[in-house]
Design a protein around this ligand. Sequence first.
Ligand code: FES
Length: 191
Amino acid sequence: MTVQYSKQSIIAALAPDITQVKKCYPTQRSAIMPALYLVQEKYGFIDETAYQAISEILDVPEIWVYELASFYTLYNRKEIGKYHLQLCTNVPCMLCSAYDLLDHLQTRLGINIGQTTQDGLFTLATVECIGSCDVAPAMMINQDYHTNLSKERVDQLLDQLSQAAEQEPSAGQEPSAGQELSAEQKPSAAS
Ligand code: FES
């Protein structure tokens, strides 16, 4: 699904929220990160059009917006699948077989890092430490953490997510790509 938006439509949709957020910070620059997150929450990703809209709303140079969006991996700078699989491959997870899990995910989904499955369901990414080293290997799926992972547990999670997507009603009622899932759609937490 391709998200269609323009600078003006982003401004119309989010200027009130971003203006509200701005009041929590001493300078406009400090509000760029939450503004980026608001755009991502609504559309699933952030690109040049969003940088321009945020720049205009906050009255800051566009390059400031770009610098932050391109530095942090929590911002998606291209359209992603419905479920964003973010596997940690930093040292503690690596020592607990994260790369075996990565191979398994790539084989099962038929995609490489940074790619999205043809059905638009899964985007695969590797990330640095997500703060769950004591229960490695760990992966985030959208905003949820899954820990102590094994190949079997990964398969279970993917099956649950595929089933949840199949059971959803029309596309018009679906959440945007990468948005948080409802309680019913969330796979059960890992041990
Ligand atoms: S190294 Fe993977 S969660 Fe910290």
